[in-house]
Design a protein around this ligand. Sequence first.
Ligand code: FE2
Length: 167
Amino acid sequence: MLKEKVLKAINQQINNEYYSAFLYLSMSAWFQGKGFQGLANWMFIQYQEELSHGNKFFRYVNERGSQVVLKPIAQVETDFQSVLSVFERALEHEQFVTDSIHKIMDVAIEEKDYATQSFLKWFIDEQVEEEAHAGEIVDKLRMINGHINGIFMLDHQMGKRVFVSPT
Ligand SMILES: [Fe+2]
């Protein structure tokens, strides 16, 4: 069984991951409403990835013979200023998630929970990629600087992304 502090931190992280899923689903809906189907597709895949992250933590708690406790998902943003502001928000959110995973690792180290430390390693690596992806798109959008042709080109590119289950 997981120690209480570790379990509490992971249960909170399950909520964070499903919150991330909702946030990206909301961004996908906003892009869809603006006619950017490629960006909507990219964010929908991001939503699917976050669901799989939540599920991975969920299964881990079960495997360790402990109890998942689900909490309500906070209201996510439904309106955004611009395409750039969506990705800036996504990057900021990924930085928050990275920080929260690092904090769970701190707890697992404190509690000498070696199995959880090993389990979390996948997420620590995954966050490096998540931040890099969001950061690259923010950089591209800053170069595009609001020019509609550039945004449509990016929309076209991002429409090609397909979901590959990360777990
Ligand atoms: Fe995640």
